[in-house]
Structure formats: structure tokens, C-alpha cells
Design a protein around this ligand. Structure first.
Ligand code: PMP
Length: 353
């Protein structure tokens, strides 16, 4: 606490990201991709003419957005890019949810949403998950006045994904406010709501290059929505930073989007490893929530989450443990390579034995 801080800064509760360790650990704590980005990304990096760095980047990121538009089969005017999807989410909160009414969100979801809500003075109305640990879409829309609805699909950290039919039913119930569907993990087996964009002008879908495109270090995220929503995001962006996406990130992002074969191979590998990991965890007595993401949320009836976390850490494996009442007994385990998951299972076997 400092006398120099404004009251607003004093009252913030900043988001705490998963640890980025300096030691060599098997890192299964922040849902990064275990496989490298598309080969074209490395080639573009080697070919990049550093003289380009003299100049400011294109403030509209047109080339990257056009590639995104081609990838998702939407128009350029329906795309927005930013410095990681966290930034895109922050812009969206400011652009769409500052209406003076509560924002509806699940009680268990991406823990950055409450942080942004507080930053912008938005009341967050959080609704418990149902008995199956699924986002309760009916509860999300049960109250009347709202500034919008936000959910992650697949949800984090549970991994459950709703069908497009369910998302569409939600959209029908909230025609007058923005429904933001955060699809950070959608490429690991869920259906994207981008297919609904043309019919629902209030739908904003966000996504990231950090997970399925293996570019967490580059910081690239995007939004797809109706031109009016995209313009809203641009207005906030251009009141904050004209150039959130640098020239190099644009070039590398384009290469990542262009390589569909690499993208499919990596995500299918992660999905296969996830299913195998789930079976092995269950064989060891763990309860594993069904996941359409590149992680699983799991708990063991005989061991506490903190105990398992510490045991794994001692054995050089880092997973995510949330120290909360509801999630305290769980571990969220990112799906790594097959070798990494073998090491995880060996460590868990030795702890649980
Ligand atoms: N949404 C969800 C649900 C996430 O888990 C994450 C990653 N922590 C993000 C958005 C942000 O991803 P990034 O800023 O790397 O694009």
C-alpha cells in the first residue's frame, strides 16, 4: 500500500497467473501447448527483416485480421485482434458491460472476469454451476436487468463445454445485451459459436493463439462478432493503445493460422493424450471431470488437493491448485506430451501408493 496509489488502485485485487518457474519442471500448470508452433512461424521469424521494426505496425492489423477472417469464414469487419485475449476481454468489459447493471457470469469460471469487473466498477452476478459441474445457462439468464453475459466455453477450470444449441438458446433469451463466449479452449473438442455470429448481432466470441496455436509467449488474441461490436472494441482500443499488436506478432500469427495441418495434428494429439490421461487417472481412483479443453480438473477421494500438489512439485511436476473452498480439493492438470503425462502418472502412483 502506498500513499501515491489512487483509491481505485488500492481497491484492486489483481489476477495472479500460474507460476512461470525458473527451474526445469514438467510444466502442467498454465494450459500451454506442449508442441511447438507451426514450422512456418519459425521460418517467418528467421526471414523477418529487422528494418521493419523501425516503423510502427499497421494500427488496424489488417493482414492478420484478413487471415483470421479467411480462417473463420467471416468478413474483415467482423474481426478484432489484441495483445492476448486477456486484453481483448478487458476491452470488451469496458465496451459492452459498463451499463450500470450486473454482469451475469458463472461462479466458477476464468478468474480474470472478476478482476476486470472490479477494475471497471461492474457488479458481477455469479451463478453456481449445476450438480454436474456444468455452467447453468438457465441460471445465467434467470434475473432481469443485466449489462451482459460472459462465459467460457469450454469453461475453465472445469473443461465442460455446452453444445451450440444450448448457446443459441441462451442468445435467444438475451437479445438486448452482449453475450461474450470466451473460446480460449474451443479447439480441443468443442463447437465454436462463430457459426452463430451472422444471426446474433449481440454475440461476441473471443479466442487466443496461446493454446491451440502454441503461441502463448507471443501474446495474440482475437474477437469475432458483428461489425457494430467490433467497432465498439476498436473505439476502446484506440482510446488505450493504437498498436497493441506488433508487426512481428502479426507476421507470425498469420503463419500459425495458415498451417491447418499442423494445427489439426497438434490438437488431435492433445485430445488423444487427454483421453488416455483421464483413463489412467480414473484407474488410480481419481474423479476426472469430462473435459473438452487441454486440461482436466480432477480430485482423489483419499488425498487433498494441496497434498497432491506438493507431492508432485517435490517430484518436479507443476500443476495448478486453486486455494478456494469449492476447488481446494481439485488439481487442474494441463495436457502435456505423452512422456510428460507418463511422468505425471508415475509421480501420482508413487504418491497414492
Ligand atoms: N480465457 C481463458 C478462459 C483462459 O484460460 C485464458 C488463459 N489464461 C485466457 C482467456 C487468456 O489467454 P491469452 O491472454 O493468453 O490469450
Amino acid at each position: 500500500m502506498s500513499q501515491f496509489w489512487s483509491p481505485a488502485v488500492r481497491s484492486l485485487t489483481p489476477y495472479v497467473p500460474g507460476e512461470q518457474p525458473v527451474e526445469r519442471l514438467i510444466k502442467l500448470n498454465t494450459n500451454e501447448n506442449p508442441y511447438p508452433p507451426a514450422p512456418g512461424v519459425g521460418q517467418a521469424l528467421r526471414d523477418y527483416a529487422t528494418d521493419h521494426l523501425r516503423l510502427y505496425p499497421d494500427p488496424t492489423s489488417r493482414a492478420l485480421r484478413q487471415t483470421l477472417a479467411d480462417t473463420f469464414d467471416v468478413d474483415l469487419e467482423q474481426t478484432f485482434v489484441g495483445n492476448g485475449s486477456d486484453e481483448v476481454l478487458a476491452f470488451a468489459f469496458q465496451a459492452f458491460f459498463c451499463h450500470g447493471a450486473p454482469l451475469d457470469a458463472p461462479a466458477i469460471t476464468y478468474s480474470f472476469y472478476p478482476v476486470y469487473a472490479k477494475l471497471y466498477g461492474i457488479e458481477l452476478r455469479q451463478h453456481p454451476l449445476n450438480a454436474q459441474w456444468e455452467v447453468d445457462l438457465d441460471a445465467l439468464t434467470a434475473s432481469a436487468a443485466r449489462s451482459g453475459v460472459i462465459l467460457a466455453n469450454p469453461n475453465a477450470p472445469t473443461g465442460h463445454a455446452h453444445s451450440l444449441e444450448n448457446i443459441e438458446a441462451l442468445l435467444k433469451r438475451v437479445p438486448d445485451r452482449v453475450v461474450l463466449v470466451d473460446e480460449a479452449y474451443v479447439d480441443f473438442g468443442a463447437d465454436s459459436a462463430v457459426a452463430l455470429i451472422k444471426r446474433y448481432p449481440n454475440l461476441l466470441v473471443t479466442g487466443t493463439f496461446s493454446k491451440s496455436r502454441s503461441l502463448a509467449g507471443l501474446r495474440l488474441g482475437y474477437a469475432i462478432g458483428s461489425p457494430a461490436l467490433i467497432e465498439g472494441l476498436q473505439r476502446v482500443k484506440d482510446s488505450f493503445n493504437s498498436f497493441p499488436v506488433d508487426s512481428l506478432a502479426s507476421v507470425l500469427g498469420i503463419e500459425a493460422l495458415k498451417d491447418q495441418a499442423h494445427f489439426d495434428a497438434c490438437r488431435n494429439h492433445v485430445i488423444a493424450t487427454r483421453e488416455r490421461t483421464r483413463e489412467r487417472l480414473e484407474a488410480l481412483g481419481f474423479e476426472v471431470l469430462p473435459s473438452k479443453a487441454n486440461f482436466v480438473l480432477t480430485q482423489h477421494p483419499d488425498f487433498q488437493g494441496a497434498q497432491l500438489f506438493a507431492g508432485l512439485r517435490e517430484r518436479g511436476i507443476l500443476v495448478r491448485h486453486f486455494n478456494t473452498d469449492i476447488l481446494g480439493n481439485f488439481l487442474r492438470i494441463t495436457i502435456g506430451t505423452d512422456d510428460e503425462m507418463d511422468s505425471l502418472m508415475e509421480a501420482l502412483e508413487s504418491i497414492c501408493r
